[in-house]
Design a protein around this ligand. Structure first.
Ligand code: NAI
Length: 454
């Protein structure tokens, strides 16, 4: 099938590559010429395991092209996926300007019937806005709005495992209108996703609004679990319990399950923070306070300071002249995404207290460089206190402590002898509970985890 993907970011690129892999003819368009230039010269602007190879393979086979040409992109696909960003507005709601701009572009250029797919995470009611924007443009040109139907097909992939998730999804959610055009759109979506349903049906068909809400409900539920575990971990520290034992004790209950029960330094990334706040905003717009979501957000904000509080408790409030090694910058492993990464708060707070930070991340250092420039805008002296090194062990040289923020596999079993030799003091603050407090104690390492009785 001929498909256009509007927006070549994390979701757009993965969607485009994976649909091309199933034999479809894909046109990826983006308004950022730099991104398209990188893609057209064989590069990939983001890090995602397996993506580069998949893009290369499908480009070579002539099934995947990248362009900034909007008119050509609209002409190409019978199905047009909108996969542009929906960042938070100042008031916490989702900023739909990119979605609406993409919709208008479709309306301005389309001449044949199209299925428009909202892939971006968008609040309930957005399909109507997309439809209205396209209709307005079509009517300006004297064309019938019947030419298009808007479908909601939210994306559930996880950064770091995006290709795998897209190719083998837990579920595919498709929301369609109950009009004749909606029925035809449903049929086209069924055909497009048929290869992903080969072994068993994974698609849930529903109405558009339910599909839009399903995405927010999923992210809000996951964020709630994390904030809940963070609260419990903080309590475990106070009462002298071990959250790791508690995690296993509750996760074994089949009604609860083990997934997403890990406490840490707070959730980050491009999705949970903005989606929780957008859902809360949607509720408020409908006269309802979702108190639980407001609490989830508040807990998460505080949690980003937990490691710094532990550092203060150990070393005092003034960290002048101290140096901290920091492992892990990305908001989670296997990605270079620095959006809302807790490492940014931790670095800023350490520098504010006079400390120097030497950081390492296996892939996110270039992105982290950009993020830190933003965070330290107007504070060049602060920025000078932060450096990055290519090897995690080199970050430790002469540092007063190691701070672990992201659970990359490479950090799971370091050579602790070497760690101790390099650190000025054998102290580890572990925001991901990678190590066992007992073994740390045996090695003579002062170890502070999250909710691990210290
Ligand atoms: P991104 O920021 O990586 O990519 C968005 C791209 O859209 C950018 O390259 C931008 O230049 C482009 N763009 C903006 N306006 C455009 C227009 N009018 N025409 C063409 N291109 C345009 O964003 P990301 O992370 O891919 O997210 C996209 C959407 O998917 C968001 O709504 C997000 O919430 C959702 N989502 C993201 C997931 C993730 O893990 N990143 C997972 C599931 C959903």
């Amino acid at each position: 099938m001929k498909v256009t993907i509007i927006g070549s970011g994390y979701v757009g690129l993965v969607t485009g590559a994976c649909l091309a892999e199933q034999g479809n003819n894909i046109f990826c368009v983006d308004v950022d010429p730099k991104k398209i230039e990188i893609l057209n010269s064989g590069g990939v602007p983001i890090y995602e395991p397996g993506l580069k190879e998949m893009i290369e393979r499908n480009r070579a086979a002539g099934r995947l092209q990248f362009s900034t040409d909007i008119a050509a992109s609209v002409a190409h696909g019978d199905i047009q996926f909108i996969a542009v960003g929906t960042p938070p507005d100042e008031d916490g709601s989702a900023d739909l300007q990119y979605v609406v701009a993409a919709a208008r572009n479709i309306g301005r250029h389309m001449t044949t019937p199209k299925v428009i797919v909202d892939k971006s995470t968008v609040p309930v009611g957005t399909a109507d806005k997309v439809s209205a924007a396209i209709t307005e443009e079509l009517e300006k040109r004297g064309l019938s709005p019947e030419l298009c139907s808007v479908v909601s097909n939210p994306e559930f992939l996880k950064e770091g495992a995006a290709v795998e998730d897209f190719m083998r999804p837990d579920r595919i959610v498709i929301g369609t209108e109950s009009t004749p055009a909606g029925m035809r759109a449903k049929e086209q979506m069924r055909k497009l996703y048929a290869p992903f349903n080969r072994h068993h049906e994974r698609t849930y068909y529903m109405d558009v609004k339910s599909a839009e809400l399903t995405k927010y409900a999923a992210n809000a539920m996951l964020a709630t679990r994390i904030s809940f575990m963070n609260e419990l971990a903080n309590l475990a520290d106070l009462v002298g319990a071990d959250i790791e034992a508690v995690r296993q004790g509750i996760g074994s209950d089949s009604r609860i399950g083990f997934g997403f029960l890990y406490p840490g330094t707070g959730y980050g990334g491009s999705c949970f923070p903005k989606d929780v706040s957008a859902l809360s905003k949607t509720a408020k717009e409908h006269g309802r306070d979702l108190k639980i979501l407001d609490a989830v957000e508040a807990v998460n904000e505080l949690q980003k300071y937990t490691l710094v509080q532990k550092i203060e408790k150990r070393f005092g409030k003034d960290l002048k002249g101290m140096k901290f090694a920091l492992w892990g910058l990305a908001f989670k492993p296997n990605t270079d995404d620095m959006r809302e990464a807790p490492s940014r708060v931790i670095i800023a707070e350490l520098v504010k207290r006079g400390a120097q930070v030497v950081a390492h991340d296996p892939v996110a250092m270039p992105e982290a460089g950009h993020a830190l420039e933003v965070d330290f805008k107007g504070n060049p002296d602060g920025l000078k206190q932060v450096s990055m090194v290519d090897n995690p062990m080199n970050a430790l040289d002469g540092a007063d402590a190691l701070v672990i923020v992201t659970e990359w596999k490479a950090f799971r079993s370091p050579d602790f002898e070497q760690v101790m030799q390099k650190l000025k003091r054998p102290v580890i603050f572990d925001g991901r509970n990678l190590y066992e407090p007992q073994s740390m104690q045996e090695l003579g390492i002062e170890y502070f985890g999250i909710g691990r009785h210290n």
